[in-house]
Design a protein around this ligand. Structure first.
Ligand code: PBG
Length: 338
């Protein structure tokens, strides 16, 4: 008892916080370079490295620059990349058929990566938005409504095209009903039994994708039309769990939540309810928001970046798609925090 009559605490939670070694020993979650996936924007042509204005330090690169980025990733301990195409407007069409051109930008990038960097995991998106003149993820009717079943047929072709070109993981990001089943059946039929399906199951109709749409060029084609008729409503969580359940039944190997930070509750709900690998996408808007603060010295880049990534681990995510991957890997290697 002290002079004022208060009992001294038996339990002092601060004991294990009082030194760096103890904090390290009791730390529950730690981000590792094994958890990071680096998204890469590709563009046709050679010698190109075009900055994305709304995403500081991020460029669209031509395929001849891809080897440099891929070897950089491997050197830093990043084992997987995700490819996104920015194709010229003359290759865009109503039905997005460039999506399954076997000589298209993504298949050519896959051929190169699988030849020169076979140990690097390569993820490709299955969705039509970079390829359509209207910027929607599927084909539309005369009112602009995205048609489900005709879109799934095209996604099947796109998935087969990418699998044949060597994609390790195909990630349907379109939110059509039944697309996992459709793509899984097509892959099995064609003998691609080990192609992993990473389903963007809990993909919200979010305003945080804005900078990405600049990067792939769908902001212009989409104009101000939204994706609310297929992506999840931002207020819903039960519906996200139902999407996950369906995608798993249909043959997804891994599920994903997107965006990340504003939807950590969804990550936690999924990882608690379903014992499956769950990825999270720290999307373009989250990146740009943080980068803007870093550039103004309003936040410290190293600590805020690692804190945001650690929050995904704490919520139960197994891997994270993040535009910070390269910078985060450098900091993780130094292990100079805590
Ligand atoms: C395409 C797709 C989007 C993103 C990944 N795949 C955009 C969208 O749905 O409009 C967003 C990624 C990001 O914002 O970083 N279907």
């Amino acid at each position: 008892m002290n002079a004022f009559g208060a009992e001294f605490p038996q339990v002092r939670q601060r004991r294990t916080r009082s030194s760096s070694f103890a904090r390290k020993l009791v730390r529950e979650n730690l981000i590792s370079t094994d958890d990071l996936i680096y998204p890469i924007f590709l563009i046709d042509g050679t010698g190109k490295e075009i900055p994305v204005d709304s995403m500081p330090d991020i460029c669209r690169i031509s395929i001849d620059n891809l080897s440099r980025v891929a070897s950089d990733c491997l050197k830093k301990g990043i084992n997987a990349v995700a490819l996104f195409p920015n194709i010229s407007s003359d290759k865009k069409s109503e039905d997005g058929k460039e999506a399954y051109n076997e000589k298209g930008l993504i298949p050519r990038a896959l051929n190169l990566l699988k030849r020169d960097f076979p140990e690097l995991g390569v993820i490709t998106d299955a969705a039509l938005d970079p390829y359509t003149t209207h910027g929607q993820d599927g084909v539309v009717d005369e009112t602009g409504y995205v048609l489900n079943d005709p879109t799934v047929t095209i996604l099947q072709k796109q998935a087969l095209c990418y699998a044949a070109a060597g994609a390790d993981i195909i990630a349907p990001s379109d939110m059509m009903d039944g697309r996992i089943k459709g793509i899984r059946s097509a892959l099995e039929l064609e003998g691609f039994v080990n192609t992993i399906l990473l389903a963007y199951s809990a993909k919200y109709a979010s305003s945080f994708y804005g900078p990405f749409r600049d990067a792939v060029g769908s902001a212009k084609t989409l104009q101000r039309r939204g994706k609310e008729t297929y992506q999840l409503d931002i207020g819903n969580i039960s519906e996200a769990l139902r999407e996950v359940e369906l995608d798993l039944k249909e043959g997804a190997d891994i599920v994903m939540v997107k965006p990340g930070l504003p939807y950590l509750d969804v990550v936690r709900a999924i990882t608690t309810e379903f014992k499956v690998p769950t990825f999270v996408y720290q999307v373009s808007g989250e990146y740009s928001m943080l980068k803007a603060a870093f550039q103004n010295n309003w936040l410290d880049q190293k600590s805020a970046m690692l804190e945001s990534l650690t929050s995904f681990k704490r919520a139960g995510a197994s891997a994270i798609l993040t535009y910070f991957a390269l910078e985060a890997a450098d900091e993780i290697k130094k292990r100079s925090w805590g």
